[in-house]
Ligand binder design. Structure first.
Ligand SMILES: C[S@@+](CC[C@H](N)C(=O)[O-])C[C@H]1O[C@@H](n2cnc3c(N)ncnc32)[C@H](O)[C@@H]1O
Length: 241
């Protein structure tokens, strides 16, 4: 599933799409989710804080909300936020400049599928609503595995399709008929918010993604359902050898 056309690579199109929508991204997220996205990110940060990491990479950090919240709430940790969209990172950087928490966070413009970070060096990797957009998810997961130290944890937060029948019907109506219209009006990008629900339908379901984590080498894989299965937080641990 690619945002704009069949010919160009997904990576190029995803880069263009997030550069286009960067100024509107936060506003649209909060409107479309009725602010529930803030609670999901809070839940993710609380889970990460619970394991008291010293260094963390937030991959596909976008406008930086998860990375910044981790920098605030886990003040002893060093955070690196990574994204391939310069425009999303510009918004993240502006937030940092207004927040006064410069010391334990930095952003790098890189592709998650080809990271410059050293192997076996991070306690935690987080990816929030990013992995669905990767060109090659297996490659992205193998990079996460490589940079984590043994015993380090990967947290992936991603949308899924709710299983409850009635809720599923309402959710599908909303995501197919209402969400793309609101997204298009605010972002002025004709495709980005049609791509969003379509890419969610195409993405792995809970059991499939947990299996993929296991197949990528992670241990103790689990999934936490959020808001009736609209999203999940997946956790996997790099085994100690
Ligand atoms: C939906 S946004 C999520 C942003 C943020 N993590 C959040 O929770 O709001 C997805 C982000 O993933 C980034 N992204 C997609 N593919 C990527 C890749 N291969 N490497 C790095 N970033 C990527 C996009 O540029 C975009 O900023």
């Amino acid at each position: 599933m690619k945002p704009y056309n069949k010919n160009e690579s997904k990576g190029i199109q995803v880069h263009r799409m997030f550069n286009n929508i960067a100024p509107y991204y936060d506003k649209i997220c909060h409107i479309l989710s009725f602010n529930i996205d803030r609670l999901w990110r809070k839940r993710l940060v609380k889970l990460v804080a619970g394991i008291k990491p010293v260094n963390i990479v937030d991959i596909a950090t976008g406008t930086g909300d998860v990375a910044i919240s981790m920098a605030r709430n886990i003040s002893t940790a060093q955070i690196v936020g990574i994204d391939l969209s310069e425009e999303m990172l510009k918004v993240a950087q502006q937030k940092i400049e207004h927040s006064g928490i410069k010391s334990n966070i930095k952003f790098l413009c890189e592709d998650a599928e080809n990271l410059s970070l050293a192997s076996n060096s991070f306690d935690v990797v987080t990816i929030s609503f990013g992995i669905r957009n990767f060109e090659n998810i297996d490659k992205g997961l193998s990079e996460c595995y490589r940079i984590l130290r043994e015993g380090g944890s990967l947290f992936v937060m991603e949308f899924s399709t709710p299983k409850h029948k009635v809720f599923n019907v309402l959710y599908r109506f909303y995501s197919k008929s209402i969400l793309p219209v609101i997204g298009r009006i605010i972002s002025k990008d004709n495709k980005a918010y049609t791509y969003l629900p379509e890419s969610i339908v195409e993405f792995y379901q809970e059991d499939e993604f947990t299996k993929l984590l296991q197949n990528s080498g992670f241990d103790s894989c689990s999934a936490i359902s959020l808001s009736n299965g609209i999203a999940h937080i997946y956790i996997g641990v790099k085994p100690k050898i």
